[in-house]
Design a protein around this ligand. Structure first.
Ligand SMILES: Cc1ncc(COP(=O)(O)O)c(C=O)c1O
Length: 393
């Protein structure tokens, strides 16, 4: 029996051809393809500026530097996220301040933000976890009251939408000050590895472009195209956070596919919800009426009587891969030192979400038969007295 994976990127000859074109052009690192990908991504999300970088972790690092986060500052965020969110704060020698997620979802609870603010608070990073938009209108309103910039960790949210002042808009416009995206293969579109920063602030964008290339005053492409000899300078310490032109060429093909990818993912998520809502005690993910997820992942909360690991093993025994729910950074050894972070309130919902949820297979190529197989396997893992649940497809 072949394995049903938890995720699978959509890559074929289109992407192969794009990389081939770049390789044969002779210009393979950050150049014309990166510039074109940035223009197309900005247009897609409705942003005035988009800057491509090597991944979302480096995007978060540059975003924090751009809003002035430095040693000794505090940044409010969630522990319940991939560790990159908190690590980027620590790259700035600042302290992540963890607040809990909502009881009904996997995003930061806006009601808890104000109590976490101190004179040291320099930014808020909210995460659109698993592609589900967080409650930006409430988060941005709180941040504006306290003059604190909002960085959206939109790693998972390419193609997700939010109802903003009566209009549906793409995540990344951005609605906070800066949004950071990931193109890792577990995301809905991929460049192998890769990231993007979007902002409406030209000064931030200018800094991203400098810092991603060691703060070099003149880019390679400008020097290459110049008829006069130019010497570059390095006014400050920057980084090598560049995306290559090969990655960008793949990204441009992926962007063309994105609407179809999101439509298909939404259909699979809806089918899961129809089937799993029939299981007593199962809590399926909630999409608020002001949000449209891209369903980067489908994460369901198990009935109380099911053990997470046993449930996952029973599916794996039937060749179905799953993943436990999102991790909590504060529970990892890298965060064991008291000085590594601060917790505001308690993180009960975050810990419950890690221990009681499971991410199910969801990929564009998934057939109805595979979907039914997953649903059947879930039915099989329930107690014998539990009702057999409806087919998903
Ligand atoms: C919420 C979140 N933030 C940040 C990242 C880091 O992204 P990247 O792997 O592109 O650095 C990820 C990646 O999984 C993520 O899920």
């Amino acid at each position: 029996m072949s394995q049903i994976p938890v995720a699978k990127p959509v890559l074929d000859e289109q992407e192969v051809e794009a990389v081939r074109r770049v390789i044969l052009s002779g210009w393979v690192t950050q150049g014309p393809e990166v510039a074109a990908f940035e223009r197309e991504f900005a247009e897609f999300v409705g942003a005035s500026h988009a800057c491509a970088v090597s991944n979302c972790t480096t995007a978060l690092h540059l975003a924090l530097l751009a809003v002035g986060v430095a040693a000794g500052d505090e940044v409010i965020t969630v522990s319940h996220s991939f560790i990159a969110t908190a690590n980027a704060i620590r790259y700035c020698n600042a302290t992540p301040v963890f607040v809990d997620i909502e009881a009904t979802g996997f995003n930061i609870d806006p009601d808890l933000i104000e109590a976490a603010i101190t004179p040291q608070t320099k930014a808020i990073i909210c995460v659109h976890q698993l592609g589900m938009p967080c409650d930006l209108s409430r988060i941005v309103a709180i941040a504006e009251r306290h003059a604190i910039p909002v960085i959206e960790d939109a790693a998972c949210a390419t193609g997700s939408e939010i109802l903003w002042k009566g209009r549906w808009e793409k995540i990344g416009k951005p609605h906070g000050d800066i949004a950071c995206f990931s193109f890792h293969p577990r995301k809905v579109v991929t460049t192998g590895d890769g990231g993007m920063l979007t902002t409406a602030n030209p000064e931030y964008d200018r800094n991203f472009r400098l810092w991603r290339q060691h703060s070099m005053s003149v880019t390679d492409s400008v020097r290459h195209g110049s008829k006069q000899v130019i010497y570059e300078s390095y006014p400050e310490v920057g980084f090598n956070y560049r995306m290559t032109d090969m990655q960008a060429a793949v990204g441009r093909e992926q962007l063309k596919r994105l609407p179809e990818i999101v439509t298909k993912r939404r259909a699979i998520a809806a089918a899961y919800t129809r089937a799993l809502d029939a299981v007593e005690g199962m809590r399926t993910p909630v999409e608020p009426d002001w949000a449209r997820s891209n369903w980067q992942s489908y994460c369901t909360t198990l009935p109380d009587h099911l053990d997470q690991q046993e449930f996952m093993q029973s599916l794996l025994d039937r060749s179905i891969s799953t993943r436990r729910g999102i991790m909590n950074s504060h529970l990892e050894p890298a965060y064991s030192a008291e000085s590594s972070h601060r917790v505001s309130g308690d993180l009960e919902n975050s810990v419950n979400a890690q221990n009681r949820t499971v991410i199910l297979p969801l990929f564009v190529q998934m057939t109805n038969a595979e979907l039914d197989e997953v649903v059947d396997a879930i039915a099989g893992s329930l107690a014998p007295s539990a009702p057999v649940i409806a087919k998903a497809g």
